[in-house]
Design a protein around this ligand. Structure first.
Ligand code: GDP
Length: 367
């Protein structure tokens, strides 16, 4: 028996494989003669969202989808508040020869002092790509949607891709409205959400998890808490020597510097990331005691037990107008340097020192 959405053979054994449907649901649908959808298609149809897929599986199928469906253009949705977490080099390599538009979403969350031109210039420099179009958007504030629609409506087949929580389904829904169906995709574990506007077929793909972002390690409920919706919290630190700053329980910064003047930096993250400053001597004990309690994320010490994690450290030299970004968690932006930060976070999380997105030396202001 096959799913009437994606065409996968229905099965009740393994939730992670295509065609899964809980046995009781299958039995009741057979009895009532109702249309039978696998769990993935059921959720897609009712919540407008496909279940996430891991990068490893997604990247294997991406090329096949593009070729066999004659995709004209890929819309790759990035999150400006998590650039490192949403721009992945493996996907970039697969899409090297594919025509694409980068949609940089959630620009409403940046401080208003940063201009749209500045954001675009920064993204352009930080993308390791040859030719591309960039459109800045805010799905919640309806910014940039008209421009995005105008750009894609020239094409017949458009595929949306992006890691989870960047706002891809919000954008897709805003552009297409509610009338979507599921496209079967034989031979792959993916279904695609399909909508048609005039001559353009738009396809939304499942959100990708990479395992390189802090947010990927949390349970779905906690992930929701960690995604900033209305505000980013911004906190300014001006630490003395040998101070330690925690960004929740999953990231610790040991600060050091030589100069007479204390360094100044700002940390940007979701409001649910609790910042806490302490002395080096108290830091270890405080970390153990407050992990998952005052120091969130994680939002419960058992969610990711401290003992089960492998923390790695790396030291960064930072100066004014440089930033240190921790994928899926937040970033710090230096206002006065130089300083040295020994950063401890979970092994495998992507951390990058970069030119400042929120540059204290900038001249222009957003109008
Ligand atoms: P997806 O996993 O990429 O499909 O992301 P969703 O569309 O489900 O969005 C994830 C979260 O980000 C939701 O809480 C959205 O409300 C929020 N979100 C989406 N777009 C924006 C945006 O432009 N600005 C802000 N502030 N939040 C957004």
């Amino acid at each position: 028996m096959k799913c009437e959405g994606c065409g996968a053979e229905l099965q009740c054994e393994n939730e992670t494989l295509p065609g899964y449907i809980p046995r009781e649901v299958l039995e009741s649908k057979v009895l009532s003669g109702e249309k039978i959808l696998c769990q993935r298609c059921f959720r897609a149809r009712h919540y407008g969202k496909l279940m996430p897929v891991h990068l490893k599986d997604f990247s294997q199928q991406l090329r096949e989808i593009i070729n066999s469906m004659n995709i004209d253009i890929v819309v790759w949705v990035l999150d400006i508040t998590d650039f490192e977490g949403s721009y992945d080099s493996m996907i970039s390599a697969i899409l090297r020869d594919v025509r694409k538009i980068f949609v940089v979403n959630k620009i409403d969350l940046l401080p208003r002092a940063v201009t749209v031109k500045e954001i675009e210039g920064w993204v352009r420099k930080n993308l390791n790509e040859e030719s591309f179009e960039i459109i800045l958007t805010s799905a919640t504030k309806n910014y940039g949607l008209k421009k995005l629609f105008e750009s894609i409506s020239k094409f017949q087949r458009v595929l949306f891709i992006g890691v989870t929580n960047v706002g891809k389904s919000s954008l897709f829904k805003k552009i297409t409205g509610a009338d979507v169906s599921i496209t079967p995709f034989p031979g792959t574990t993916l279904g695609l959400i399909h909508a048609k506007i005039f001559k353009t077929n738009l396809y939304d793909s499942p959100g990708i998890t990479t395992g390189r972002r802090v947010i990927d390690l949390l349970k779905p409920d906690s992930q929701k808490k960690l995604v900033p919706v209305k505000h980013l919290s911004r906190y300014t630190f001006k630490p003395e020597k040998d101070r330690v700053i925690f960004l929740g329980g999953l990231c610790r910064l040991d600060v050091n510097f030589e100069s007479e003047m204390r360094p100044i930096f700002q940390v940007f993250a979701s409001e649910s990331v609790k910042f806490h400053e302490t002395s080096e001597t108290k830091a270890d004990e405080l970390w153990r005691k407050l992990y998952g309690k005052l120091l969130t994320p994680p939002f419960d010490p058992e969610e990711l037990s401290m003992e089960s994690l492998n923390f790695q450290e790396k030291t960064f030299e930072l100066n004014v107008a440089e930033e240190l970004s921790i994928a899926g968690l937040g970033w710090l932006s230096v206002r006065r340097g130089p300083l040295e930060i020994c950063l401890k976070t979970i092994d495998g999380i992507y951390v990058r020192k970069r030119e400042a997105l929120i540059n204290p030396l900038r001249k222009e202001r957003r109008t």
